[in-house]
Design a protein around this ligand. Structure first.
Ligand code: MG
Length: 252
């Protein structure tokens, strides 16, 4: 069931989204060679709690940390640990915060120092895929229009779209209906209506769409061993078009 939010609910949710975006910003600034993924997670959790919010991911389905931190060939759901970030790594951080009963959810891939041109291109194209998807999130369009926009841009650039994991509705729950795949057919799927809030989150691999989940039950890596990037925003569908909610400042 797709839950439409009232404008009052959207205002409340804006706060969770702002804190999520600020947490991602703080984390991104801390990404550098020498830091461990556990230290990044501590920084993120401390920030979220300092705002009176709760890390959405901590304990979700048993996830042991506040953020998913996925390095290089790790696509998503990397568990923060003693891994030390190295020069040239790409670091995907996915973080959500909950306050006043609502969640925000966002992700970005950050470069540690100077990365290879291929890594830079993958990051750039994945970010562009996110914005192409957001642009397609117009009221009256369908989920498939978002999916198609993301897939087309990724594949035109020679990259592959992960099939096994998808975006989602977000609100009182971290994961709500509908699913928002990063691949699909235009004019198909649920219609986008004002009041819908969805997390659009392209996960794009350098080579091959295949992924596998490691024995910890979370860490998801590319089957080919290629790099992977991930960008995500929580977006509200409004009468005036899509509004990105996960921005570090309050929306007017
Ligand atoms: Mg998400």
């Amino acid at each position: 069931m797709i839950v439409l939010k009232t404008s009052n609910e959207l205002r409340k949710m804006q706060k969770a989204c702002r804190i999520s975006a600020q947490a991602l910003q703080v984390a991104g600034q801390a990404v550098k060679p020498g830091i461990t993924t556990h230290e990044l997670d501590r920084i993120i959790e401390r920030f979220i709690r300092s705002q009176g919010a709760v890390p959405s991911f901590k304990g979700y389905g048993g996830f042991p940390a506040s953020a998913c931190i996925s390095v290089n060939d790790v696509v998503i759901h990397g568990i923060p640990d003693r891994r030390v970030i190295k020069e040239g790594d790409i670091v995907s951080i996915d973080v959500g915060a909950m306050i006043d009963g609502f969640h925000g959810d966002n992700a970005a891939t950050f470069a540690a120092g100077t990365v290879s041109p291929e890594a830079q291109k993958l990051m750039d194209v994945t970010r562009e895929c996110l914005y192409k998807g957001i642009e397609a999130a117009q009221p009256g369009n369908r989920i498939g229009d978002i999916s198609f926009a993301v897939q087309t841009h990724a594949e035109e650039n020679g990259f592959a779209v992960v099939r096994q994991f998808v975006g989602h509705g977000v609100g009182n729950k971290l994961h709500e209906d509908p699913e928002v795949p990063n691949f699909g057919t235009p004019h198909r799927g649920p219609r986008l209506m004002p009041g819908m809030t969805i997390a659009i989150e392209p996960m794009i691999n350098g080579k091959g769409a295949g992924v596998r989940v490691l024995s910890d039950g979370w860490t998801t890596v590319t089957q080919s061993g290629s790099l992977s990037a991930h960008f995500e925003h929580t977006v509200a569908i409004t009468d005036n078009g899509p509004v990105i909610m996960t921005v570090p400042e309050d929306c007017k």
